[in-house]
Design a protein around this ligand. Sequence first.
Ligand SMILES: [Zn+2]
Length: 753
Amino acid sequence: MKKYMRIEMVTGQQFEAEWARTFNPADKEIVIRLANRPGKKLVPLSRVCCILMPEPPLIDLESSEKDSYLIVETVTGKSYSVRSIQGHQGRDGFFAAPTDKDSPYKMIYFTRDGVISRRNDVPVGQILEHQGVLSQEALKKALAEQQRLKKQNLGEIISREQHLEQDTIDEIVAQGQKNVKSGKWLRVGDILVEAGLITREQVKMALASQEEGKKKKIGQLLIELGLVTEGQVLAALAAKFHLPFIDLSQIEPDQRALAAFSPDLIMQLRVFPVADRGEYLEVATSRPTDLNISNTLRFHTNRRIELVTATSEQIENCIAKYYEAYDDQLQQMVDNLSEDDDNQENGEENTPADSDSETIRLANKILIDAYLQGASDIHLEPGPPKYPLGIRYRIDGICKTIQMLPSHFAKPLLSRIKILASMDIAEHRKAQSGKIMLRFQGKKVEYRLEVTPTVGGNEDAVLRVLAASKPMVLEEMGLSPDNLLGLKELVVKPYGIILCVGPTGSGKTTTLHAALGYINKPERKIWTVEDPVEITQAGLRQVEVKAKQGFTFHEALRSLLRADPDVVMIGEMRDREAAHTAVEASLTGHLVFSTLHTNSAAETVTRLIEMGEDPFNLADALLGVLAQRLARSLCPLCKEAYQPTTEEYELLRKFYGPEAFAAHGYGDQHESLHLMRRHGCPECGGSGYKGRIAVHELLICTDLVRQTIKSGSSVQMIQQAAVGEGMRTLRMDGIAKVLAGMTDFEQVKRVCL
Ligand SMILES: [Zn+2]
């Protein structure tokens, strides 16, 4: 008789069949011929739970010592006792052999979607013992305790918990039984209550504790007895269930994963979403034995769930941090907060707030908390209906999820923020911009708000935090000694133009203010025109653009150029007209500072020429261009030294430019070279990075560079000329800072293309 294989579908449906095409798990589908029926049938593997084969497929399935015995539970509610075949544990499923020698099937292929759990057929206690965590005696003791709890009777528990002598109880019970004439068996608890020894409530508690005692898992007992830690038991459970054991304190959860579950569900199951891996969602639990968790999560998200284990303490910490509403820690800070009077002066009067004081407090907390954490931006991102409102801060240039708030906060919070910024709260379909001023601990904090309509009738809000800050000193800007010297020589010139370039958020304004600080002396009249003024400096005359009131950038600039300046700082050359005015001003005897959004120093020159500047005028006016990037710096508390591999060393050399690498004295250092790498500690939130470091490229207009500009050269030619004159490119400066152990290659690559 022909032996067919049995195919079980995830729906529980089964049929007998034979292969019509060689089975390959990577195909995502199988082609079979049903028993006693003509024709081939194509079945997607995603709908298959498992395939039981009378003969192994044409792959080498030798058994080895590493094979483990498993209990596999399928979505169809069956469990199989099998021996896993090492080396055949694919991404989509795995092969295993039934342990039952009499089984008509020699091999089973389990698909990934078909399996709920697979666990080692070994008790946790034994795993712990095997791992050397637990001594044999300790294990025996725990097993005995488990046994004892199972056998313990109610009287014993009551005796222990109520501090009654066991003898007294026995006596009373015996008495009670005698008194029952009907011969009906009275329960121990009832007797004790009647005797007035304990209350009904206490009986209930004792009964509950008896139930618990019976059900107590060996792991829980071990922890209670102080023999092992929760982490050790979980690691053993993780091994048993083939689940990874992770350290949540080292993980930055991903936004999509957080948004995939409603806070209620998370709160109820006490799990924490770790990542959205596309094909599945990764969720951490401290109860890997509870199959209900995976099923419930799957049901609510309609996504495949992969569990990982983590300690309950870490999970609770994460839930508190990302899901539970802000605690009252910030309340005190909010108490000494007032909305700034400036708004009134500006006529941007704040309407008395919306009556919901919880929303008002929440909005204030978010604004203040972001400022205290040093965030540059706050992102409020409502999800689809019933999904949480995500709050992210940008800190050190990187977005970080701070909170997931229940969805019902979204609309009131957005309205509140709009009210603070004097926006039209009835308008939901148009983008709006505005600003919020707060005074906190005597300091003014300004928030530039942009509200953007998003899908599903939602609105996203992004607030840029502009805290009035003090200028930094030029020496503290992280410039290399050569660049610092070069820049100092440029900024003391009587006239000409100096530009600081780079993308938004690369610290251009901070650098320019540091440069202005260096030359800020009574004998110089320094004007600035900025939008907005972020840094204030005594001695400077600072003008802020107020476009709403009709005081535009051009108007401000024209006015201050008539106001007898020595030095003019133009916040940004945002168009042709501003660029032209700046060049003209520098040619008429002023020292001009400004910024531009260009990628490199050399590119800045060609960009200005493209914008219509005359190459000759520009070359004469330009003193230098400083291109800048901010990279995350390694956390000084936890970074660790290591010796780079040859490949890594070669990568650095190539990125730097091999010739220059040798010429600048970095060649032949591989043997003795030590770099720093990130590790992660509580201080840096486990990321291994803390704060930022600037990477620069200073192009100085030497005669040769000036000549190259005048001859209408390309970006490459200008760059080459500048490097020939001693310029270190952004890449070079970045690698130099990697070699100095300040940051790592990953960061430099990220910011210097
Ligand atoms: Zn650290």
